[in-house]
Write a protein that binds this ligand. Structure first.
Ligand SMILES: Cc1cc2nc3c(=O)[nH]c(=O)nc-3n(C[C@H](O)[C@H](O)[C@H](O)COP(=O)(O)O)c2cc1C
Length: 207
């Protein structure tokens, strides 16, 4: 199955072709596929800033401990966990439930109340975890989508979150689980062996 092949071949790549520019359509396709990720109550608490101009990549690199791939990749996605998404998105999510016949109006209203209460106040720790959890799934889906379309990626959490928020005008209460560099693999480069993984015997148990 293609999904298995993609999981097997995806790598965090440090060799981007710096001359390659992805088109807006290619970037949009990746984002639309990434948005098929599952999310709590389908609230989809993610936002993305796609950084692709040389000047803005340079500014982002300065926030990301000077990691060269930030400038060498065609684009870098700033993945944002939107802690305001419960308030912003629940109406549309509930309307969709009614439209698709998942729920009647009354049930949709009660879903709104339950979901609205379940993830804490917008500035709470619980809300940050909720946003980061869902944005993380979005991020993984994005990497798989990019890989499936023939691109390579590299996730990064080596950055100064406050600095990125200031530079890119992101509200301080939101969370940035990671950046993802995306682009084309550099001709002639070869990947080192994949780093080790612990076996499931070590990290999982059956009950
Ligand atoms: C959330 C997250 C943050 C990461 N941050 C960085 C980073 O800042 N710089 C870097 O070079 N690699 C970073 N990595 C890449 C990991 O080192 C890499 O995924 C791991 O070594 C396994 O390699 P693989 O992805 O090629 O299988 C990050 C990976 C994840 C998932």
């Amino acid at each position: 199955m293609e999904a298995i092949q993609t999981i097997l071949t995806r790598r965090s790549v440090n060799f981007f072709d710096p001359s390659f520019k992805m088109s807006d359509n290619e970037i949009t396709e990746i984002l639309e596929l990434a948005a098929l990720a599952p999310s709590s109550y389908n609230i989809q608490p993610w936002e993305v800033i796609t950084v692709r101009s040389p000047e803005r990549k340079k500014a982002l690199r300065a926030c990301a401990f000077n990691q060269p791939k930030v400038e060498e990749a065609s684009a870098v996605f700033i993945i944002i966990g939107n802690t305001d998404a419960v308030e912003e998105n629940l109406d549309a999510v509930a309307a969709d439930l009614v439209e698709k016949g998942y729920a009647d109006e009354k049930t949709a209203e009660s879903v709104k109340k339950t979901a609205g209460g379940f993830y804490g106040a917008p500035d709470s720790e619980r809300r940050k975890v909720f946003a980061a959890r869902n944005a993380g799934l979005f991020a993984m889906n994005l990497m798989i989508a990019a890989e499936g379309l023939g691109f390579v990626t590299h996730p990064m959490d080596g950055f100064d979150e406050d600095k990125i928020k200031e530079e890119f005008g992101i509200k301080s209460g939101k969370v940035i689980p990671m950046l993802i560099a995306v682009g084309r693999f550099k001709d002639g480069a070869s990947l080192p062996d994949r780093k080790m993984r612990f076996s499931s015997e070590r990290f999982a148990k059956f009950e």
